[in-house]
Design a protein around this ligand. Structure first.
Ligand code: PRP
Ligand code: GLN
Ligand code: MG
Length: 489
């Protein structure tokens, strides 16, 4: 499995199109997926439905450029409806069988394809129930559950089957499906994952995980898909339906902090601007006398810019990133991770020598990256290194679609801020508060959660955890994690 050595692993990206010229569809999906590559690097695929209502698929392990290296093959993918996916596993193995989109055959109905970003929290329970009823699974990922539920539904039309299936699954999901003539999108009741609708000049519709994919295919943003919504696009145009109206928006705050591309806009909030505000508020909450602000590539550059603006301390490029870091075919070990950081980042001596440096990163997971960089900057002659993090301390895992490591591996679940400061050998360490994060993202939502899931920082999971609950409670107890005013038990 080609896997860049990263600490925070991505999730998945979905891209769908309806009504494009049959010769262009595969290429448009390719370009859309290319701009979503940061969301998943394990494998990719696309399904295109032709004028005879037949579905054609290409998928493989690896990056977009490898999977679709032979674009001559796009000639076999002609049609006006298509769905694409980039994967990073959250459930199930890393093999080809789990690379999406999946295709299902529904006797006497329609074939349909399916692509999923997110993680279902009651997948194990549902899978057992489905197998008891005779369902045969072709993958071991949670995403297949939705297709199997649609297959066994007794409802008479596809949309009713889909809605009945969506009502049974829990957790995080942004689904794209195509039938023989329709493109459909569905978002979970909390809207954990981003999903946007756009339209191209030729009238074709695009639905994608992030607006950067709309820009890539010259589509204009129309609107975000809403929690609990089912969007249907076919020859009647675009229509909306709901599988539930019992919704509560709590979009994943890590999308704004780390995962999404900074040029994307999620629910009318620019990711770059939100990160800048995180940095600026972090400066307000954690001021320090220093000479220069340095950001850790890739994802902390916006927050570092914000810290510089907020503090009045000049920003400079004290670190550079090697763009050609080797990829490895084995699972990262701690040693590999350390080597990976050292291959990836180097200090610019002229910027940090004899300076009091504020080093800004977006997050600390295990502490590997920041510990290494503090040393790098000290070795390059810095007088002091003050670490500032543009988000709160990560203490709790995610169950809704991002691969935040298990609680045991999260340094902040096991150590106080003072201890972490010692471990990483910083002169001082400051995190953004949860209140600061909410203010920085500034979603216009008046629910208890301010429209955001901040569970990774405060343990306030906005839903029950279903199949994950018992194990989580046990680990939290073992680690003595205290969930203040947990809102839902
Ligand atoms: O504490 P750690 O376990 O080292 O993890 C934290 C680091 O992981 C992420 O970056 P990553 O290197 O994954 O990718 P990036 O280049 O996109 O920032 C994040 O931005 C931090 O820099
Ligand atoms: N990261 C994701 O969104 C992954 C989707 C799905 N849970 C899988 O494991 O393939
Ligand atoms: Mg990073």
């Amino acid at each position: 499995m080609p896997n860049e050595i990263k600490s925070l692993n991505e999730e998945c990206g979905v891209f769908g199109i309806w009504g494009s010229h049959p010769d262009d569809t595969a290429s448009l999906i390719y370009h859309g997926l290319h701009s979503l590559q940061h969301r998943g690097q394990e494998g990719a695929g696309m399904v295109v439905t032709d004028d005879q209502r037949m579905m054609h698929r290409m998928r493989d392990l690896g990056l977009i450029s490898n999977v679709f290296a032979d674009q001559e093959q796009f000639k076999t993918l002609k049609g006006s409806i298509g769905v694409g996916h980039v994967r990073y596993a959250t459930a199930g193995s890393h093999g080809l069988k789990n690379i999406q989109p999946f295709i299902f055959h529904l006797d006497n109905f329609t074939d349909f394809s399916l692509a999923h970003n997110g993680n279902l929290t009651n997948a194990d329970t549902l899978k057992k129930q489905l197998q008891d009823k005779g369902a045969v699974f072709h993958s071991d990922s949670d995403s297949e559950i939705l297709g199997q539920l649609i297959k066994i539904s007794q409802k008479e039309n596809f949309l009713d089957r889909l809605k009945e299936a969506l009502q049974q699954i829990e957790g995080g999901f942004a689904f794209l499906l195509s039938t023989e003539d329709t493109l459909i999108a569905a978002l979970d009741r909390n809207g954990f994952r981003p999903l946007v609708i756009g339209q191209r000049e030729d009238g074709s519709y695009v639905i994608a995980s992030e607006t950067c994919a709309l820009d890539q295919v010259h589509a204009t943003y129309v609107r975000d898909v809403e929690p609990g919504e089912v969007v249907i696009i076919n020859q009647d145009g675009i229509t909306t339906d709901h599988f539930t109206t019992d919704t509560n928006l709590t979009i994943c705050s890590m999308e704004y902090i780390y995962f999404a591309r900074p040029d994307s806009v999620i629910r009318n909030v620019s990711v770059h601007e939100a990160r800048k505000r995180m940095g600026a508020l972090c400066a307000k909450e954690n001021p320090v006398d220093a000479d220069v602000v340095v950001g850790v590539q890739n994802s902390a550059l916006s927050a570092a810019g914000g810290y510089a603006e907020g503090s009045g301390i000049p920003y400079d490029m004290g670190l550079i990133k090697n763009q050609y870091v080797a990829r490895t075919f084995i699972e990262p070990t701690q040693e590999k991770r350390e080597n990976g950081v050292s291959m990836k980042l180097s200090a610019v001596r002229s910027v940090v020598k004899d300076k009091r440096v504020v080093l800004v990163d977006d997050s600390i997971v295990r502490g590997t990256t920041i510990k290494y960089i503090v040393k790098l900057i000290r070795d390059a002659g810095a007088k002091e290194v003050h670490v500032r993090i543009g988000s709160p301390a990560l203490k709790f895992p995610c169950f809704y679609g991002i691969d935040i490591q298990t609680t045991q591996e999260l340094i902040a679940a096991n150590h106080s801020v003072e201890e972490i400061k010692e471990i990483i050998d910083a002169d001082s360490l400051g995190y953004l508060s949860v209140e600061g994060l909410i203010e920085a993202i500034n979603l216009k939502s008046d629910n208890d959660y301010h429209g955001l899931c901040t569970a990774y920082f405060d343990g306030h999971y906005p839903t029950p955890l279903y199949d994950y609950q018992a194990e989580f409670d046990q680990k939290a107890e073992e680690l003595g994690l205290y969930m203040e005013e947990r809102k839902i038990d």
